[in-house]
Write a protein that binds this ligand. Structure first.
Ligand code: AMP
Length: 314
């Protein structure tokens, strides 16, 4: 198991890391502890880090990355490790990704202990007072002033890692303000769930990336199918529309022809009728001018008698 414990100074990372070491048989790799050992031993790294650490600053990325690269090569780290205090910056996290990838290793989870800064300061002040009261040596950087500086560094440089690992779906956030036992129990639940999913048969454990790829492929295939379908439907609709137009035209053709014929034959008939009417009228008019212009006289007895007289005489 390879884990990272993320959280501001004083959040209880060291204490919780110890519980994980006991339960899971992994080693705790604390850059703070290693740097303090280097300062104590007076190594070149220690000499470089001494003043930076005393002021609450951050030791250069390449120094801590170098320390971690060497440390995870050691035999006791082969079974897994828990990183405490590393990475502390995004470049350190990126360097760790590269390092693990080059060794064919993967990170299992990043556990963030979320705490309230005000409460954290009060907690540290109480602890320092208690240590002093017991006559114990207090770390040079364990003062409220230096702690404030370290908290500011955490906010500015380390907190972006919450998003960094959140996006990689590696992050589990735990309320670090609870009691040590409660926090231990919460971390245990997270790690048990992780072990359970790791123990599940590979077949039923489709990696998220594979799942997403399959989903994407299915979507693309269905999009392709629907695009093809749409094209076919368009083509069929066009064809059907053409057929309908053709059929309608065919159906309408005889009707149209008959109408045209009727129109054609109706024209001369009408013309004929018109001409006939004209002629009839003219004839009538002519007849009218001869006969009808003269009023028809009734053949009365008187007129008949007169006509007879005329005939006798003639
Ligand atoms: P810690 O015990 O983790 O709080 O670390 C103590 C001091 O060591 C820090 O205040 C830093 O000065 C230095 N240090 C530890 N780890 C790192 C790191 N990953 N990057 C830079 N500086 C570190």
């Amino acid at each position: 198991m390879r884990l990272i414990l993320l959280g501001p100074p004083g959040a209880g990372k060291g204490t919780q890391a110890q519980h994980i070491v006991e339960r899971h048989g992994v080693v705790q790799l604390s850059t703070g502890d290693m740097l303090r050992a280097a300062v104590k031993a007076g190594t070149p790294v220690g000499l470089k880090a001494k003043d930076i650490m005393a002021s609450g600053g951050l030791v250069p990325d390449e120094v801590v990355v170098g320390i971690i690269a060497d440390r995870i090569e050691e035999p006791d780290a082969k079974n897994g490790f828990i990183l405490d205090g590393f990475p502390r910056t995004v470049p350190q996290a990126e360097a760790l990704d590269k390092l693990l990838k080059s060794k064919g290793l993967a990170l299992d989870a990043v556990i963030e202990l979320r705490v309230n800064e005000g409460a954290l300061l009060r907690r540290v002040e109480t602890r320092i007072a208690e240590m002093k009261a017991r006559g114990e040596a207090v770390r040079a950087d364990d003062t409220p002033e230096v702690l404030s500086q370290r908290l500011a560094n955490y906010r500015a440089q380390t907190e972006p890692l919450v998003d960094y690992y959140g996006e990689k779906r590696k992050l589990a956030t735990i309320d670090g303000m609870k009691s040590i036992e409660e926090v231990t129990a919460d971390i245990k639940r997270v790690l048990d769930a992780l072990s359970e999913s790791a123990a599940r048969p590979v077949k039923s454990r489709k990696p998220a990336a594979k799942k997403a790829k399959a989903k994407k492929a299915a979507k693309a295939a269905s999009a392709g199918r629907s695009a093809k379908k749409a094209k076919a439907v368009k083509k069929a609709t066009k064809k059907a529309a053409k057929t309908v137009v053709k059929k309608a035209a065919k159906k309408a053709a005889p009707k149209r022809a008959a109408a045209q014929k009727a129109k054609k034959s109706a024209k001369p008939a009408a013309r004929k009728a018109k001409t006939a009417a004209r002629r009839g009228a003219a004839k009538g008019a002519r007849r009218g001018s001869k006969a009808s212009s003269r009023p028809v006289k009734k053949v009365t007895k008187k007129r008949a008698k007169a006509a007879g007289r005329l005939t006798k005489r003639g």
